[in-house]
Design a protein around this ligand. Structure first.
Ligand SMILES: Nc1nc2c(ncn2[C@@H]2O[C@H](COP(=O)(O)OP(=O)(O)OP(=O)(O)O)[C@@H](O)[C@H]2O)c(=O)[nH]1
Ligand SMILES: [Mg+2]
Length: 207
């Protein structure tokens, strides 16, 4: 199909179209607990205008949503975030950010469907909010990397301690990131893709 993108005509904008060279499009989910930076990461790295379903947090959430540690947060994802990034001219990632609040977790199963990999964002002030995401990925056998999102004043722990606290095997990559920074978010996704590739690389058995 031939889309015209000049002003005033219908159809997607030029930057929305995929180049003909793209050979693989991979679904990746960005997960983690409430307020760890999922929407921020999808927004910073996406090359198309991200779709977000942010709603203002209201009094209705008081007593239901645990905002300890993120008291200044005013908006929250109620369904999902969606974005896209071309890592090179052949590989495109479709990014799906999950909602973080417990009352929307029933949406996760649908969002995980068909995902080849995941980024679990963690905030070292509130590690426990991302435990459930890790558990669900493990249950479903979705490979993931863990990205430590740098929040001001958040304690810095040695990687080994964080791994132990998250009960992560050594094989799962753990990277530092700043979800607000495009290059840092892109590096995190590259680390995930490298990890996924390593899982598919067959190591010859020694006789
Ligand atoms: N300092 C700092 N602030 C961040 C970073 N990432 C996100 N934030 C801020 O933290 C707040 C929460 O970020 P969101 O991206 O909404 O978090 P979320 O995980 O999508 O939240 P829910 O959808 O409600 O679960 C926002 O005010 C962001 O600006 C980061 O890397 N560093
Ligand atoms: Mg969000």
């Amino acid at each position: 199909m031939d889309y015209r993108t000049s002003e005033g005509t219908a159809g997607p904008r030029g930057e929305d179209l995929l180049p003909a060279s793209v050979a693989a499009a991979v679904k990746v989910v960005i997960v983690g607990g409430f307020g760890v930076g999922k929407t921020t990461m999808v927004g910073s790295v996406s090359e198309i205008r991200p779709l977000t379903t942010e709603e203002t947090m209201t009094q209705a959430g008081v007593g239901v949503d645990d905002i300890a540690g993120v008291e200044r947060k005013t908006e929250t994802t109620v369904a999902m975030d969606f974005g896209r990034i071309s890592l090179n001219d052949k590989l495109v990632l479709y990014l799906f950010g999950t909602p973080g609040q417990e009352r929307f977790w029933f949406l996760w199963d649908g969002l995980f469907e068909g995902a080849l990999g995941a980024v679990v964002l963690i905030d070292t002030r509130r590690l426990e909010v991302s435990f459930d995401a890790v558990g669900r990925l493990e249950e479903r056998g979705v490979p993931f990397v863990v990205a430590v999102n740098a929040f001001p004043g958040a304690p810095v722990h040695p990687t080994a301690e964080l791994r132990a606290a998250m009960d992560l095997p050594d094989s799962v990559p753990m990277i530092d990131c700043d979800a607000r920074d495009r290059a840092s978010s892109r590096d995190t996704l590259l680390a995930l893709v490298r990890y996924l590739q390593s899982l598919h690389t067959v190591t010859p058995e020694t006789p």
